[in-house]
Structures are given as structure tokens and as C-alpha cells.
Design a protein around this ligand. Structure first.
Ligand SMILES: [Zn+2]
Length: 410
């Protein structure tokens, strides 16, 4: 289908194209909760790509139960270098314990809203991209377009680095990336980094009448938690600040704790999970160093004065880099023009955009649906938002094929 058809189909229904809707519904039916395999969904997408004469590349996790899919639609002259990546993650967050009105993996349309797990985060975007595939394939592209669909984004952006390493190894160097996370089709150019830690405090058990013989793991974990809170308060008071963010400073917090097994026993173990979210420009390594200096320099020596076997095991579970796209980057200008949006917006949630940027591929975020609905019961994407995404992709096809007046160049 040609770009003009995309436009007219979307405006005629004042909502999503019927074929976009069909794709999104098809994708929602795959339960791709991060703990499950995504291969059914990935192979379905691969099979839709193959008739267009392209060669999708699958890169797998260690257990080969999950895969990233990357594919290049070369330019009309055969060039496959440079070009724009359309990026989405295939996995979704769990529905456990959530109160859904309808089956989260059986999409339902009610009052112009498509309900289902992943509807906005981010199978809506992926469905629209796949719908635009024939238009991209038929267009005389001046530069290539790449689709990048990853696994395990929701559990720490674990899949994208595998895909990016494969691109680097194969010498594939796109020059810009659109992350289709839900932004109501507005342009977001920056997000914070996320760093997640687990800290296992190992003390020594004793009968609670004999506290001097034990090392109380919970009490020492509490000292770490207070240290983290003091660190968070310091960053809140002293900055640095970026007022374009809702929360304009780097945040830190303890989010889970587990320890002890009886009220009359000195607890030998306490596990703590915490995270911090750094502003772009704040070095997460410097925060990491301060926490480790406290643990190694104060906490552990103090515990070992009580018993030499006491220990603290601190490990970083996930680290997602921040994103801070330049307004001068070609992809920023292109997406602002396509979305008709010049406003500066920065957000506290992270995406794979920071990883693309770190790999030398400038990225911005723009996709259908709202982050307000992501991860919740009764997640939905509106048909109007899907329609806007269809229109956006139609403009992109025309832009990349030299029509439509928007300068591309990514
Ligand atoms: Zn997402």
C-alpha cells in the first residue's frame, strides 16, 4: 500500500487502519511476559517479512528461548548503511495479581480503545510498523529503514545490547533510531538512567538472648538503607537539576527488603533491593563508587568487629543508560517534523534509547498510547493513537523516499 493510502485509510476511519488493528490484535494474543519465550511472536513477524525479499536476523538469549529480530529494508540503490531504525520491545510485564475486565491476552475493543497486555507498551507501535512494511518495501527509499524488535526490555533492557553487539560485529551502522514507546505520539528526547542493585547482608545467627554472639543482618541492612536515603536527600537538595524533568534531580530509593526467620533469633541474613535513577550528565559510576565506599569502608569493617565471617555481597542487577538526544541530531529534527511537535519533554522512565545512543545511534522516543496505561490492569491503546502512528509512518515513508517535504537524512 502506498503512503497516500495510509493517510486516507487512517483519516477515513478517524482511527487505526484495519490492518494495523489486526496486527496489534495478533501480537497481543502472544503471551510474551518477560519470563516466557517470545519466539512465537518473533517467528510470526519474521514470516511476515520474508515475502518482501529481506533477511531478518535473529539474535538469541543464552537459553535460546527468546530472540531479537533485526531486519534492514535497503535503499532503492541497494545501500544498507546508515538509515533509520524503528525500535520496539516484544516483551510485556506480568498481569499477576491485576484485576482485568477482560482476558489480557484476548484483545477487546470497547469505546474506541483496544484493551490487552502490551496494547500500548508496545505492541501498538510494532503492529503499525509491520502494517507499514509493504509501503516501505514498495517505496523508492533514498536510505534504508531497519526494524529492531527486542526481548527482555521490561527486565532491565537485556535484549537490546545483544542485538547492538551483533550489528557492530556485522558492520551495520544505522544513523538514527525512533523508540516507539508510548508518548501519545509526542517527541521525548531525554530520559534518566536506571541502576538496580541487590545487597545481601550476611551476619551471624544467635539466640536472641545472646545478641553479643550474633551479627544482626537486618540492623546493618538498615544502616545501608539510611545511607541511601541520605544520599537521595543530598541529591534532592544539591542537584544537579534539570527542570525539564517531572522530578528534576537524581532519585534513589530502597524498594524491597527480606530478612529474619523468628522473633527470638538474631537474623543472619537480610536482602535489600534498591535503585537510583540518574539524570543525563550525572555519572552512575560515581554514585556506584560512593555506595561501595560506604559498604567496604564502613559497613563491613564494623560488622567484622563483631564477627570475622560477616560479609556484604553487593551486585548490580541492571543498568540502563540515560538518554539525552541533541536537538541538532538529524533524527531529532526528522521526528519533530513528522510528529509536528517542537516541545521539549524529558521523562523519568527509561527505554532502550540510551543503549542505542551509547552504541553511536542517536535516538528519540515517539510512539502511540500513553505511559499512563502501561503496566496497569486494563492496559489499552486508543484507535485514534494507532491512527496517528499510521499517519506518522506514512509521512516517514514519503520523507525517506524524497516526497513530502520533510528532510530526512538519518
Ligand atoms: Zn515499554
Amino acid at each position: 500500500m502506498q503512503a497516500t493510502d495510509i493517510r486516507s485509510a487512517a483519516s477515513a476511519t478517524a482511527g487505526a487502519r484495519p490492518d494495523s488493528l489486526a496486527w496489534v490484535e495478533r501480537l497481543v494474543r502472544f503471551d510474551t511476559t518477560s519470563r516466557a519465550s517470545n519466539l512465537g511472536m518473533v517467528e510470526t513477524m519474521r514470516d511476515a517479512l520474508l515475502p518482501h525479499g529481506v533477511q531478518p536476523t535473529l539474535t538469541y538469549d543464552a537459553a535460546r528461548g527468546k530472540a531479537n529480530l533485526f531486519v534492514t529494508l535497503a535503499a532503492a540503490d541497494g545501500n544498507a548503511q546508515g538509515g533509520l531504525v524503528l525500535s520496539g520491545h516484544t516483551d510485556v510485564v506480568p498481569v499477576d495479581g491485576q484485576d482485568w475486565t477482560s482476558d489480557p491476552f484476548r484483545p477487546e475493543i470497547r469505546d474506541g480503545l483496544l484493551y490487552g497486555r502490551g496494547a500500548c507498551d508496545m505492541k501498538g507501535f510494532i503492529g503499525c510498523v509491520l502494517t507499514a512494511l509493504p509501503a516501505f518495501a514498495a517505496a523508492r527509499l533514498r536510505e534504508p529503514v531497519h526494524f529492531a524488535f527486542s526481548y527482555d526490555e521490561e527486565v532491565g533492557c537485556l535484549g537490546a545490547p545483544v542485538m547492538l553487539a551483533d550489528l557492530a560485529a556485522r558492520g551495520v551502522r544505522p544513523s538514527g533510531c525512533i523508540i516507539g514507546e508510548p508518548t501519545d505520539m509526542r517527541v521525548i528526547t531525554a530520559h534518566k538512567g536506571i541502576n538496580v542493585y541487590k545487597c545481601c547482608v550476611r551476619g551471624r545467627a544467635a539466640h536472641s538472648s545472646l545478641t553479643p554472639q550474633g551479627v544482626n543482618a537486618i540492623e546493618y541492612a538498615a544502616r545501608l538503607i539510611c545511607f541511601l536515603r541520605d544520599l537521595a536527600d543530598e541529591m534532592r537538595a544539591q542537584g544537579p537539576f534539570d527542570r525539564a524533568f517531572d522530578v528534576p534531580f537524581t532519585t534513589a530509593q530502597t524498594s524491597m527488603i527480606k530478612g529474619g526467620n523468628a522473633v527470638n533469633t538474631v537474623p543472619a541474613e537480610c536482602d535489600v533491593l534498591f535503585e537510583y535513577r540518574n539524570l543525563p550528565g550525572v555519572d552512575p559510576a560515581a554514585i556506584d563508587a560512593r555506595i561501595r565506599a560506604y559498604v567496604d569502608g564502613e559497613l563491613v569493617p564494623r560488622m567484622r568487629r563483631e564477627h570475622p565471617d560477616a560479609a556484604v555481597d553487593l551486585s548490580r542487577l541492571a543498568a540502563v543508560p540515560s538518554l539525552d538526544a541533541s536537538e541538532q541530531a538529524a533524527v531529532t529534527a526528522l521526528v519533530r517534523a513528522l510528529a509536528r511537535d517542537d516541545m521539549v519533554r524529558k521523562v523519568g522512565y527509561a527505554t532502550e534509547g540510551g543503549q542505542f545512543a551509547l552504541a553511536g545511534i542517536p535516538a528519540v522516543i515517539c510512539g502511540p498510547g500513553s505511559i499512563e496505561q502501561a503496566h496497569k490492569a486494563d492496559e489499552f491503546v486508543s484507535l485514534v493513537q494507532l491512527g496517528e502512528c499510521d499517519v506518522f509512518l506514512g509521512r516517514l515513508v514519503r520523507s525517506l523516499s524524497g516526497e513530502g517535504g520533510v528532510v530526512s537524512s538519518c
